[in-house]
Design a protein around this ligand. Structure first.
Ligand code: PEP
Ligand code: MG
Length: 314
């Protein structure tokens, strides 16, 4: 598989029966984007813009943001770069934003809720993105969406700031509400991207930062898989990707493709192995495999099934 992965290099990959699967990179810096480019990534499926905002005394201004995003884009020339709007709050504090202390931060003011509560922060970030030299390849992704009107509010801000400019806008599906309401969100979205880390946390009611419940927190839990299936069905013709940790899990990626996911966004170091995995399977076999997983009762059972599937198809 290593050699096959190296041989694939920059090439777009398909399943053995010809379904194209994009393998993109999760990036937290321009250095990550350069690593992703060297590994043959089909663009960046998640740029965590928090890297610019954390561990400092004041917010980065438009010019600093523009410069940082442009550096990521020029590391991946001509490829799509998905810039996620600021995802602070909860466990990612940004003291200069003066957000209220919260008793239950995971359920508090975080992700898009911060952006909508602080139009100054949202406008600065959107303006920085709208001024990028290669806007045709930039996409904006909104974190922690629970309701369609949150995405509509970001679209309205874009229209206000740059009337007549169309930029691809997508929502992260990382709350159960977003998965169940994916059809409503898709009306306002050019793409959907499942954040499986948070989707598992909120579905299983298990804090992703709490070691005592870590064993319960497996994105291959059938309840999480059913929400992913629901998202793909409800999305209709709107493309669905996965950018959480599940996309990079070799036992999970075949199931995700079988459920309808057509883009996997993984850490730069997992690009080659993920491309190799895609080319090893036929879509019809992945569909059957995914349907079997949906009928199981626990994450352990799904992992056992996925291990058998990997061995039989090795
Ligand atoms: C996720 O929740 O799966 C995700 C990709 O976002 P983050 O890990 O940055 O919360
Ligand atoms: Mg998340």
């Amino acid at each position: 598989a290593e050699a096959r992965a190296r041989a694939l290099g920059d090439a777009a990959v398909t399943t053995t029966d010809g379904t194209a699967i994009a393998v993109q990179a999760n990036c937290g810096s321009a250095a990550d984007a350069a690593t992703a480019q060297a590994a043959g990534a089909d663009g960046c499926g998640l740029l965590r813009t928090e890297f610019l905002f954390l561990d400092r005394a004041t917010a980065p201004d438009r010019a600093e943001q523009r410069c940082a995003y442009a550096a990521v884009m020029s590391a991946l020339p001509g490829k799509p770069v998905t810039i996620r709007l600021l995802d602070v709050g909860g466990d990612k504090p940004a003291p200069y934003l003066d957000l209220p202390a919260e008793e239950n931060p995971a359920l508090g003011l975080r992700g898009v809720r911060v952006s909508l509560a602080r139009p100054d922060v949202l406008d600065a970030q959107l303006t920085a993105i709208l001024s990028l030299p290669d806007l045709a390849h930039a996409r904006i992704m909104v974190p922690m969406v629970a309701s369609a009107d949150e995405l509509a509010a970001v679209r309205a801000a874009l229209t206000r700031l740059a009337p007549g400019t169309h930029i691809q806008l997508g929502a992260m599906i990382e709350t159960p509400a977003a998965a169940i309401g994916a059809d409503l969100i898709a009306r306002h979205a050019d793409f959907l991207s499942i954040g499986s880390n948070d989707l598992a946390q909120y579905t299983l009611a298990a804090d992703r930062g709490n070691a005592s419940v870590a064993a319960m927190l497996d994105g291959l839990h059938p309840a999480v898989l059913r929400l992913i299936a629901e998202t793909c069905t409800r999305a209709g013709s709107t493309p669905v990707s996965v950018c959480g940790g599940l996309a990079a899990d070799p036992l999970a990626a075949p199931i995700l493709i079988g459920l309808g996911v057509r883009t996997l966004s993984v850490p730069p170091g997992r690009i080659a192995a993920t491309k190799a995995l895609v080319t090893a399977h036929a879509l019809f076999a992945l569909r059957t495999h995914a349907q079997q997983a949906l009928a199981l009762a626990s994450a352990a059972e799904v992992r056992a099934l996925a291990r058998r599937f990997a061995e039989e198809n090795a």
